[in-house]
Write a protein that binds this ligand. Structure first.
Ligand code: UPG
Length: 397
């Protein structure tokens, strides 16, 4: 199956994956994160782990357990690390530490390489025994963290052999470990990103009440303030004064994101007055449906206020869509302003480019073609896989 990637990356690139894998094949590798489904980290691991296995690597994936209290704490860490503000007490740190310990029965710590994703399981390192290698893979924007939370986390992160961030500006000058810059990636062969027929697309759109006759603007995102769902609705409403549109905001729940329901209810309140707004909460693994929404859209938006990378941007670009993206974090790596889409700083900006793109089919076509090629060269899973293998090799030298 891994051979199927050759048509995107060429024979040479594929061969190099096997050659690098050969050099680390004796190592056992464990990925650890905080959810099996929902959100970008699970999205990548669901594809990355089988691919590593196909290369002959000894790799496993485990998910930490936690109760509502723990995930409320980690969600508030997540928000305050990205926003620079917070309301955190000693009790939060105590709950975090308690669950690291409770997870000792779930997570074996004796793999040669421990690949720990995001802040939720980062504290497991304090139970490290022996000389195995620990890598902290950070998926969020930590360029301007709320100091009390970062200072707490930093104690753990500093113990790692290396960290991985998605964008250079997330690099920290207050930790003394190697920091690798590895942007995330999408899988061109997954159900979510493979080419689908016009019939499938239309069938799914009609199932969700999306009309064929009006341009469709879509944002696919969890219900999270960082994704600015209310800003998306505002942008759509401003644009709709000039062009007749429909909006789909499609999200799903994630077990490690307890804030989703509150945000969802706010979004519903804001959109009640317009029957062309479709707010959908889809079950996890609705990959074909997400694919159809992205493929059927006239314009895709990712109006985030904070974003580690934003897989949804590359997913849409891979489907030849220009993306209107928030000018933050990992989005500018993908959206080259005026070439693969537009970067915006406000709902007004997003509305302006929505009108422009909706009215200009030729521009959409050119930018969409650029967008797909930019993803092919930079953000396919085989590239991230190679970078991970190189990092594993590095920490074991
Ligand atoms: N998704 C669904 N169904 C939905 C909504 C989202 O399948 O209803 C998918 C979406 O297609 C994408 C993933 O979930 O594949 C979401 O990933 P992303 O857009 O990257 O956002 P996060 O869930 O916030 O992921 C975190 C970071 C993000 C980074 C990612 C990988 O916030 O910035 O790109 O981790 O590093």
């Amino acid at each position: 199956m891994i051979e199927k990637y050759e048509k995107f990356i060429g024979e040479h690139e594929l061969d190099s994956l096997f050659k690098i894998a050969e050099r680390i094949k004796d190592l056992s590798i464990l990925h650890v994160n905080s959810t099996k489904a929902g959100g970008g980290v699970a999205e990548i691991l669901n594809r990355m782990v089988p691919l590593m296995k196909e290369l002959g690597l000894n790799v496993d994936w485990r998910v930490i357990k936690g109760d509502n209290e723990f995930f409320n704490v980690t969600k508030s860490f997540h928000n305050s690390l990205q926003n620079g503000i917070g309301n955190i007490t000693e009790e939060h740190f105590r709950i975090y530490d308690k669950w690291q310990e409770l997870n000792l029965s779930e997570i074996p710590l004796d793999y040669d390489v421990m690949f720990i994703h995001d802040p939720q399981p980062a504290g497991l390192i304090k139970f490290k025994k022996g000389n195995n290698r620990w890598i902290w893979r950070c998926h969020i924007d930590i360029s301007n963290p709320y100091p009390p939370v970062w200072d707490f986390l930093k104690k753990y992160v500093s113990e790692y052999n290396a960290s991985i961030i998605s964008v250079p500006s997330f690099g920290r000058d207050d930790i003394d470990i190697p920091q690798f810059i590895i942007p995330p990636s999408i899988d061109p062969l997954s159900e979510k990103n493979k080419h689908i027929s016009e019939t499938t697309k239309l069938r799914i759109m009609s199932k969700f009440g999306i009309s064929e006759d009006k341009p469709l603007v879509t944002q696919i995102s969890r219900f999270d303030y960082a994704k600015d769902p209310l800003g998306v609705i505002k942008a759509y409403k401003l644009a709709k004064r000039h062009v007749d549109l429909q909006l789909a905001y499609v999200g799903s729940p994630a077990t490690d994101d307890p804030e989703g329901e509150k945000v969802y209810n706010e979004v519903i309140r804001e959109s009640r007055d317009d029957k062309d707004i479709h707010i959908l909460m889809l079950p996890p693994y609705s990959d074909l449906e997400i694919n159809a929404f992205q493929s059927a859209s006239t314009v895709v938006m990712q109006k985030s206020i904070k974003e580690g990378f934003g897989l949804t941007v590359s997913e849409a670009m891979w489907k030849n869509k220009p993306v209107i993206g928030g000018n933050t974090g990992g989005i500018p790596l993908q959206v080259i302003n005026g070439v693969t889409g537009f970067l915006v700083n406000s709902p007004q900006g997003a509305a302006h480019y929505t009108i422009y793109l909706t009215r200009n089919a030729k521009v959409r076509h050119t930018m969409g073609t650029n967008a797909r090629e930019h993803v092919r060269r930079n953000f396919l899973i085989t590239r991230e896989l190679r970078d991970y293998l190189m990092t594993i090799m590095y920490v074991n030298e």
